[in-house]
Design a protein around this ligand. Structure first.
Ligand SMILES: [Zn+2]
Length: 382
């Protein structure tokens, strides 16, 4: 089946060869885009969707999310808003709830969040494990995530679980040995929470190096709560993405600028922990590739909304609306080393969002307003 989407007032393609088109149309043939051009020259197709002057952008690529968990931490959020600091210690609360949950509960939680994401325009999502922290629970988390996305990430190194208190190196040996071996069939990526109170630079290096040897791509949680070695380690090891990047030295920024490692910024985390935002302008001006993602998790950023992250990035991180939309689409694709999503060009996946607005500018200009009119995923209206 082919579908002609026509009457597009503004078509943001993210394809440098095409740019942004007006009075445009595109044809999705099955799961792929088959044609893009002026509406007046559009070929015939089996079906037709006239969007009547609305803007169309690529589907959002949420390249950093933790949707495999049970329970919530609303009380912790309320306490934090009343003045308690965020330390990451609440992760263990979610670990206990996740271990206690049945497969069906975890599966329905993942699908509920995926439905929220789709309704807000996300068509590609990365999903991390990291609330199991035993071999069996990490395998289960990734197996369930792999049912809905190919972008699965092993985050056994999220925190040291309570049963390994006082002997973190034994846990690092488990994560980089038997646990890694068991999850590899279900994971595309390996990630480490490299932060004071979680894993230090040497531990992160051991886990990421083992992951690379097992054939997994590398990502890292780095420099979120303070300065640290995470960003430079990511660049040194050729990681696809260094995520958070809130506390960066000039050397960190220079390292990112001279690398293929994307800086993935997660403003939902700073919003929900009432922390200073990363300086996206500094990164962009240095030539760093920037992505935006939700960090969807029950502790520090319980949002599934890429439009919300775009609004924060524009208002509080000095990104232009165009830069923020690019970072939430093409930037996320770069962070996942994908060239078939985050862009609308012939041959790319037919994943796109019709906005209930004439321009992409409205995503930041009208924060909190449901502007997602229609989502096409694999060429199928959702
Ligand atoms: Zn995260």
């Amino acid at each position: 089946m082919s579908l002609l989407v026509t009457g597009i007032g503004e078509l943001v393609t993210n394809d440098p060869a095409t740019g942004t088109l007006h009075d445009a149309a595109l044809v999705a043939d099955g799961e792929r885009i088959a044609w893009i051009g002026p509406a007046a020259q559009a070929p015939a197709a089996d079906d037709r969707l006239d969007v009547q002057g609305r803007a169309v952008i690529p589907g959002f690529v949420d390249s950093h999310a933790h949707p495999v968990f049970a329970g919530d931490r609303a009380a912790e959020f309320a306490a934090r808003m009343a003045g308690e600091p965020y330390t990451g210690g609440g992760i263990r609360t979610t670990v206990a709830a996740t271990r206690a949950a049945g497969d069906d509960d975890l599966r329905s939680g993942i699908r509920r969040l995926l439905t929220e994401m789709r309704r807000q325009g996300t068509t590609t999502v990365e999903m991390k494990s990291g609330y199991g922290l035993t071999v069996a629970d990490e395998v289960r988390s990734l197996r369930l995530a792999a049912e809905v996305t190919p972008e699965t990430t092993f985050l056994g190194a999220h925190v040291v679980p309570a049963e390994y208190a006082g002997r973190p190196d034994d846990y690092v040996a488990l994560v980089s040995g038997p646990m890694l071996e068991a999850v590899t069939p279900y994971a595309r990526w390996v990630d480490v929470f490299c932060e004071r109170g979680a894993f230090d630079g040497d531990q992160a290096r051991a886990i990421l190096t083992a992951g690379a040897k097992a054939g997994l791509g590398l990502r890292i949680h780095a420099n979120q709560l303070g300065a640290g070695p995470g960003v430079r380690l990511a660049v040194e090891l050729g990681a696809a993405s260094a995520d958070h990047c809130t506390h960066l030295s000039d050397a960190d920024v220079d390292a990112l600028a001279g690398s293929d490692t994307v800086a993935t910024l997660l403003p939902g985390a700073e919003f929900s922990t009432r922390s200073p935002y990363p300086d996206a302008r500094r990164l962009l001006d240095a030539g760093v590739t920037v992505a935006l993602a939700t960090d969807c998790n029950p502790g520090s950023s319980y949002t599934t909304s890429m439009p919300f992250c775009i609004a924060l990035a524009v208002r509080d991180m000095r990104m232009t609306p165009a830069e923020a939309v690019w970072a939430a689409t093409a930037g996320g694709a770069r962070a996942l080393r994908r060239d078939d999503v985050g862009v609308l060009r012939v041959g790319a996946r037919a994943d796109l969002v019709v906005l209930d607005a004439p321009s992409h500018l409205h995503l930041a200009y009208r924060p909190g307003v449901p502007l997602i009119s229609t989502v096409l995923h694999d060429g199928v209206p959702q």
